[in-house]
Write a protein that binds this ligand. Structure first.
Ligand SMILES: Nc1nc2c(ncn2[C@@H]2O[C@H](COP(=O)(O)OP(=O)(O)OP(=O)(O)O)[C@@H](O)[C@H]2O)c(=O)[nH]1
Ligand SMILES: [Mg+2]
Length: 460
């Protein structure tokens, strides 16, 4: 069921766990929020954006805490409605109690707990933020590296949206001019050259491509890569995981089949998140638990963005099994999946081993040799270009930009001299522009909006 945006809402805006200060935030119609404030904090004055130190009372008119109240009358607030912030001490029992009292007092006005992301959703619906900016709020909060924080801030500031609006304005202008000429077919050919249609379309395509290029970097910063470490038992997968993480996360031993279940850890390389999974070594086994582990390895392979196939540099006899595992990877993944082949235990390498194995990198989890190369290889696959002004982006933005490009390229076909069809040209421009509109939320369905805001935390 969708939220009723006429109802006033309240939520804890700060995190769970005790802290110095906690903030509870309300949003709704001005009369309602003011009335609740006056009942709970006698002496409350309608002072815009001014800190007031007040006594917060319970139902029996007894003080619960001294609080700072901040009143943001509509429309100059985060949500565009009237917002009230109550800043109390940050104990969880205290905050829950305050929240309970507010809900009780506000019940007659229909006050309820906010749904996840509802403050930001209201901000979006009231035109305070566009959809890209609203998403950037969640991405800023969830950012797992400083680069991701910087990128989310840029999107929140409107940098990504600016790219979209600029190109969208050009598209709309071109389309309007085309539509104006549609009633005069004899002028169509002249129109294309007089109005520089081809050049303008080319410039638009170049801009969308540039935006897509930056957005791809931004999506990498946000979502990162899933990396599966796979191979036979005892080749050193868990040892490599530990080296990459710089911590003893997985158990390492010379017993074959030590790792039974997948072990996941998150590392950052240049701010890009890599979700590394150590898996159970693949071999024929009768052990029931190990078999389940190997099934999970297969699942991890099929979910991975990058497969790191680890071979044992100290044991040449096992090469045949490695080939079988490579075939398995190809069966379970799409054909373009990047596969890095790592020859581990380089400290045990003999001359025959080196010549008989084709590998990308040699590592020794024992001495640490090659681990930096492995990290560099992962970064190279990630395609990180280290641009300064990357804005954060999501997969849905990339999909829309790619679709917009498809429509623009089709549009191009309809202004070629041997195939001039301006009506279809205009239609493709419209479809391309609709895709851009989806990104910033102009043409976004309610279902998609629902999905986007569901991913937020409560209180935001
Ligand atoms: N000499 C040497 N020994 C290594 C190296 N990497 C791992 N080992 C040893 O090889 C054995 C197996 O290492 P693990 O990391 O547990 O291997 P694994 O691939 O996770 O094995 P399973 O979990 O059983 O599939 C341990 O005794 C490690 O100390 C290396 O680079 N050089
Ligand atoms: Mg292991």
């Amino acid at each position: 069921m969708s939220n009723d945006f006429n109802e006033p809402i309240v939520a804890l805006a700060t995190g769970t766990g005790n802290s110095g200060i906690g903030i509870i935030r309300l949003s709704g119609k001005d009369e309602v929020i003011k009335e609740i404030a006056k009942q709970l904090m006698p002496g409350f004055k309608e002072l815009k954006r001014t800190a007031q130190l007040l006594s917060f009372k319970d139902e029996n008119n007894e003080q619960v805490d001294k609080v700072i109240s901040l009143y943001f009358p509509a429309p100059n607030s985060y949500t565009g409605e009237t917002v009230l912030e109550v800043q109390s001490h940050g104990g969880q029992v205290l905050l829950n109690w305050i929240l309970e009292i507010i809900l009780k007092v506000g019940k007659v006005f229909g006050l309820r707990l906010a749904a996840p992301g509802e403050f930001t959703e209201r901000a979006f619906l009231n035109g305070k933020l566009d959809l890209v900016q609203a998403e950037a709020v969640a991405d800023l909060i969830d950012a797992s590296s400083r680069n991701a924080v910087k990128a989310a801030s840029l999107s929140l500031k409107g940098e990504f949206s600016r790219y979209i609006h600029e190109v969208s304005d050009k598209l709309i202008r071109l389309r309007m001019e085309v539509e104006a000429i549609l009633d005069f077919p004899e002028e169509e050919i002249d129109f294309i050259s007089e109005y520089n249609c081809k050049e303008r379309l080319e410039a638009i395509i170049a801009e969308v491509e540039k935006t897509l290029d930056i957005a791809e970097q931004g999506e990498t910063l946000r979502d990162g890569f899933k990396v599966a470490l796979i191979g036979q038992t005892n080749v050193g997968k868990s040892s490599i995981l530990n080296k990459l993480a710089g911590d003893e996360i997985a158990i390492v031993s010379d017993v074959e089949g030590t790792t039974r279940d997948k072990i996941q850890t998150l590392i950052h390389l240049n701010g890009i998140p890599f979700h590394i999974t150590d898996t159970a070594g693949i071999r024929d086994t009768e052990d029931k638990v190990e078999k389940i582990g190997i099934e999970r390895t297969k699942t991890e392979i099929s979910k991975a963005d990058i497969v790191v196939r680890i071979l044992d540099g100290g044991d040449l006899k096992r090469a045949g099994e490695d080939e079988k595992i490579l075939s398995l990877v190809k069966e379970l993944t799409h054909k373009d999946i990047p596969i890095l082949t790592v020859l581990n235990k380089s400290d045990l390498l003999t001359v025959e081993n080196i010549v008989s194995r084709e590998t990308d990198i040699r590592t020794s989890a024992l001495t640490g040799e090659g681990i930096d190369e492995l990290k560099k290889a992962l970064l190279k696959i990630a395609g990180w270009k280290n641009k300064e002004s990357v804005f954060i982006a999501r997969k849905r933005h990339l999909d829309s930009l790619k679709l917009a490009l498809v429509h623009l390229n089709i549009a191009d076909e309809f202004i070629q001299n041997d195939n001039i069809q301006l009506e279809l040209f205009a239609e493709e421009l419209k479809l391309a522009n609709d895709q851009l509109g989806e990104i910033v939320g102009k043409t976004t369905s309610d279902d998609l909006l629902g999905l986007i805001f569901k991913g937020f935390c409560i209180g935001k």
